[in-house]
Every structure is written in C-alpha cells, then in structure tokens.
Design a protein around this ligand. Structure first.
Ligand SMILES: [Zn+2]
Length: 190
C-alpha cells in the first residue's frame, strides 16, 4: 500500500463535493456567493463575515484560517488525515505550480517553513509530510486550486482503521487545533 501519498487523496472535499456551496462553514453562511471552489469560497466567506462586523479571530477560527500572508494563507484541512493537517495555498485560483507568480511561490515556501516549525513545536512528530497533488490523476481532491499539504507523522500512525476503513481517530477537534496553531504561528512571528 502506498502510505506516503494516499492520505489526502480523499481528503477535504469528500463530503464537501456534493454540498450546495462547498467550503463554507455554517457560521460563515451569510456570504451569499459561490465560486464553485472550496478554497475561494472559504476565503470569501471569511472576508465577508469580517467586513460585516464579525470579529476577525472568530471568522478565521470558523474557517480554520490560521495565518494570512500577502499572497498565500495557511488553513486547517477540514477533513484532516491527522491532527495538525494544514494546507498552504495561494489566494489566487490556479491549478499549476508553474503558473504561480514568483512572489506568491516564494511566500508559499516561506509559509511552509513556518508550518514546519509550528508543527514541530506543537506536535513533536517523528516526521512530516509536505506534498502537492497536481491534477485529479495525481490524487488532488481540489484539482483547480493549488494547495500544499503539511502534516505531522508518527511511526506507526497508519493503523488498521486508516488502511481498511479510511477512518481516522483524531485526538483533538478542529477548534482546539486552530487555537493551538494560531498561538504557535503568532509566537513564531513574521
Ligand atoms: Zn479556488
């Protein structure tokens, strides 16, 4: 079994796919739009909530948005493979790494470096996976919008449940993860 790259093949959009407006958490449903992309929807819904008076921390927590850069942002995977499963992605809806403007590409790597530090600090993992699936054939759940997965790994963490049932038993909920991540990234600064 290919343990390295299969974890996120079915991640993120498995349940969002059939949803009316994928990527929009219930608390941010006031945004009336729909881009058809989970990530574009997520950011638009967070921004709309903030523009209409919701506290920025509250809106970003609802969207799992951990850190914003100028061109890219970091958010929690709503359907994590493991606790601490993050994604680094550009705001721009692009499907190819080569199409990403240089400033955005560089910032994506800057945020990836911060992510590595934050995950090590918070979870003390044995290892980390950083990976990108370009195109559906490569296993991309959201093929239209480039995203870099980052997740902590532990020796022996791929257990029977994962292999057979594609089911995860997560030790912490997303809200807790968001709070810990937010604090960790704040401490790392930049
Ligand atoms: Zn998009």
């Amino acid at each position: 079994m290919d343990l390295l790259w299969t974890p996120w093949r079915f991640a993120y959009v498995t349940t969002a796919d059939g949803a009316a407006r994928p990527g929009i958490p219930a608390r941010l449903a006031a945004w009336p739009g729909d881009t058809g992309c989970v990530f574009c929807n997520l950011v638009a819904a967070v921004d709309y909530a903030i523009a209409h008076g919701m506290n920025a921390d509250e809106a970003e927590a609802a969207g799992g948005l951990v850190k914003r850069g100028e061109h890219c942002f970091i958010c929690l995977n709503a359907f994590p493979y493991t606790s601490g499963h993050l994604m680094v992605l550009p705001y721009t809806h692009l499907d190819r790494l080569a199409a990403l403007p240089q400033e955005a590409a560089h910032e994506m790597m800057d945020l990836a470096q911060l992510t590595e530090q934050a995950l090590e600090k918070l979870y003390s993992p044995h290892g980390l996976n950083f990976g990108m699936n370009l195109g559906q054939a490569a296993g991309a759940g959201v093929a239209g919008h480039l995203h870099l997965h980052a997740l902590p790994r532990w020796t022996g963490d791929t257990n029977f449940m994962t292999t057979v049932a594609e089911t995860r038993v997560l030790p912490e909920d997303l809200e807790t993860t968001w709070k810990r991540m937010r604090a960790a990234f704040a401490e790392l600064g930049s």
